[in-house]
Design a protein around this ligand. Structure first.
Ligand code: HEM
Length: 283
């Protein structure tokens, strides 16, 4: 993304990112010491690091032209648009760190957790991916986009993890004018939180909603308003295919090349969030 190698600067950025992310959903009180305040301070420190990198890249470009783009910053700098200021590029890079460091790793972690608790699903996933691996090995081919699309059960596992895991629990909007929804007035200026979790875990929409059941997606349509892990409308997540692809590749290699065991006593933290919605939960 930003061409930073492992080292003290990367370590510093990671620490700041952790501080930043915990405050993304917090009480909107911006006073020294509050979570929101610490998060915004951390974001400023991250922006300083990224802007330093951008300036260094600009300096090198001025000396030797910079060569072929090697990361997202190079691509945006090469765009030549005056609108793409250093501040805007740096803000975009920090935004992209959220799915890279948080959403997709959480999706993958939860998939492994749910599969560990459902041996039948794990077995079916393994069989599907093993068949593909053997076919590819026989043909001497590498994995292609069409292979990813052909892994239907793997896709069901990812869809079910997105539903039950609620990686992004909801989205916020501000009413720019008075809006009426099903007889309820949302006055101009009000802020609304659309809570995906309450939809994804609604027993009117999903039978036994707290049960990890990838097979339910064999029949179910996921292009409805009752399944919105990536939001919807104009602000639909542009990274949804990438997120699913990354998770598929991870699961493919995990089940075809590794054996793993769950270490007793270890806790997958997002399960704590689930406990609020589900009566019967596992950690
Ligand atoms: C499991 C993984 C992911 C989940 C659950 C997720 C979820 C979401 C959701 C719910 C939104 C809508 C926010 C809103 O309407 O206010 C969103 C927006 C966005 N996502 Fe993702 N996302 C994921 C992965 C990614 C990836 C991999 C990328 C890019 C590499 C990405 C880039 C973005 C961007 C740029 C937006 C803002 C779009 C806009 O405001 O128009 N996301 N994501």
């Amino acid at each position: 993304l930003i061409g930073l190698e492992a080292g003290p600067e990367m370590q510093q950025l990671k620490q700041q990112f952790q501080e930043f992310i915990v405050g993304l959903m917090s009480l909107p009180i911006k006073l020294p010491g509050t979570r929101l305040y610490r998060s915004l301070q951390a974001k400023k420190r991250m922006a300083r690091v990224v802007q330093r990198i951008i300036q260094e890249k600009r300096r090198r470009r001025a000396l030797d032209g910079g060569g072929a783009p090697r990361d997202a910053i190079d691509v945006l700098m090469g765009d030549g648009s005056e609108e793409l200021t250093d501040e805007l590029i740096s803000d975009n890079m920090i935004d992209f760190m959220i799915p890279a460091e948080d959403s997709v790793p959480v999706l993958i972690t939860l998939a492994v957790k749910f599969l560990s608790e459902c041996p039948l699903a794990l077995q079916q996933l393994e069989e599907e991916n093993m068949q593909l691996k053997m076919r590819k090995t026989d043909l001497g081919e590498t994995l292609q986009w069409t292979d990813y699309m052909s892994l239907s059960f793997t896709q069901h596992v990812i869809t079910e993890t997105l539903r039950i895991g609620n990686i992004i629990s909801g989205i916020m909007r501000k009413a720019v004018r008075d809006v009426e929804v099903k007889g309820h007035l949302i006055p101009k200026g009000w802020r609304v939180f659309m809570y995906f979790r309450s939809v994804h875990l609604d027993d009117m929409l999903y039978e036994d909603p707290c049960k990890f059941n990838p097979w339910r997606w064999k029949e179910k349509d996921m292009s409805t308003s009752s399944f919105t892990p990536f939001g919807g409308g104009q602000r639909l997540c542009p990274g949804l295919d990438l997120a699913r692809l990354e998770a598929s590749i991870f699961l493919h290699h995990l089940v075809t090349s590794f054996r793993y065991v769950c270490i007793h006593g270890s806790l997958v933290a997002p399960a704590l969030i689930l406990t609020r919605a589900c009566k019967h939960h596992t950690t």
